[in-house]
Design a binder for this molecule. Structure first.
Ligand code: ATP
Length: 240
């Protein structure tokens, strides 16, 4: 069997004494889009932050392997260098810097020639950012800031991209446009882990889905399997 790109085994994560992830296992296949779906507070962000080492405490139990290497409890900077990109919920671009400066900051690990090449690539995905490259990021619309946040993460040329609620606060039209581009980026070879409350949108571009409730996965499978499962549709996706 092929080695998964990311393999999370039985993770337990606490905030102080509160158990937020209650034994999470998840495997991401190379070249796939995997969606983790769940309501507010289910623990979606906690999964991403546990993997990328952003929480104060290491996971209490379990292990995380990226491309076969154990990254459990490693520093965020090392994990990012190994090839995981992270776009946090709420975008968090540098408001006072221009679009171009944000991108250059995202590409700090590469020399300027290779950063320029990557900038041209992200401009092909998001032409509006090229038009606005000298504009301060804080003056962009919410959708454009989300595009910039994704582009900044792409500047490190990750192999795996984490997206935390990219649809949050965007109009339906913008969500459609953004998800089309995410889909295209994935088709071009990037492996994606997408965390979303917007199940319909996420499943439209995903290959695999996991449904999270109160710190546990209650269902998982290929998107086709999840769509065929009436209980999943009715109880977790609210589609019926
Ligand atoms: P959202 O969409 O609201 O971000 P989520 O599914 O990403 O939801 P998490 O943010 O991972 O959920 O939160 C999971 C649980 O952990 C929630 O009960 C939340 O209240 C709790 N939690 C999250 N961050 C902290 C923290 N810093 N300290 C204590 N509890 C926290």
């Amino acid at each position: 069997m092929k080695q998964p790109m990311l393999n999370i085994k039985n993770i337990e994560t606490y905030y102080d004494r509160i158990l937020a992830l209650k034994g999470i296992s998840l495997s991401i296949e190379n070249g796939s889009v995997t969606a983790v779906l769940g309501n507010n507070g289910a623990g979606k962000t906690t999964i991403l932050q546990t993997v990328i080492g952003l929480l104060d405490d290491q996971p209490e139990k379990g292990s995380i392997f990226f491309q076969g290497r154990d990254i459990t409890g490693k520093e965020t900077v090392d994990i990012v260098k190994m090839g995981i990109g992270y776009v946090p919920e709420g975008r968090e671009v540098f408001q006072e810097l221009s679009v171009l400066e944000n991108l250059m900051a995202g590409g700090y690990m590469h020399n300027s020639a290779s950063a320029k090449e990557t900038i041209e690539k992200v401009y092909r995905y998001f032409p509006v950012l090229k038009e606005r490259q000298k504009q301060m990021a804080g003056t962009l619309s919410g959708g454009e800031q989300q595009m910039l946040a994704i582009s900044r993460a792409l500047m490190n040329r990750p192999q795996l991209l984490f997206l935390d609620e990219p649809s949050l606060g965007l109009s339906p039209l913008l969500v459609d446009q953004l998800f089309d581009i995410i889909h295209q980026i994935a088709k071009d070879g990037l492996t994606v882990l997408l965390v979303e409350q917007n199940a319909n949108k996420a499943l439209a571009i995903a290959d695999y889905g996991y449904i999270l409730e109160n710190g546990r996965f209650v269902a998982s499978g290929t998107v086709e399997q999840l769509k065929r499962d009436e209980d999943v549709q009715e109880f977790y996706l609210g589609i019926k």
